[in-house]
Design a protein around this ligand. Structure first.
Ligand SMILES: [Zn+2]
Length: 68
């Protein structure tokens, strides 16, 4: 049984799936790996921050130096 048929609603917003509706599945780890069905373009993940909130390992992009 697909995640969509099991859930019947979008894991993101709760909108009921219609028969034959295209859905996307995203992994969700909760003790075991589960899959959540969502409407296309929906996600249960938090939106990616525009600004970096958590520093990532790797080369820093130097700030634009206003060197005059
Ligand atoms: Zn949704």
């Amino acid at each position: 049984m697909s995640a969509a048929k099991r859930q019947r609603t979008c894991a993101c917003c709760g909108t009921p799936f219609r028969d034959g509706q295209r859905t996307e599945v995203e992994p969700f780890i909760d003790d075991a790996i589960r899959y959540l069905a969502v409407l296309p373009g929906h996600s249960t993940y938090p939106p990616r921050p525009v600004r970096r909130l958590v520093p990532r390992a790797g080369p820093e992009t130097p700030p634009l130096a206003d060197a005059a």
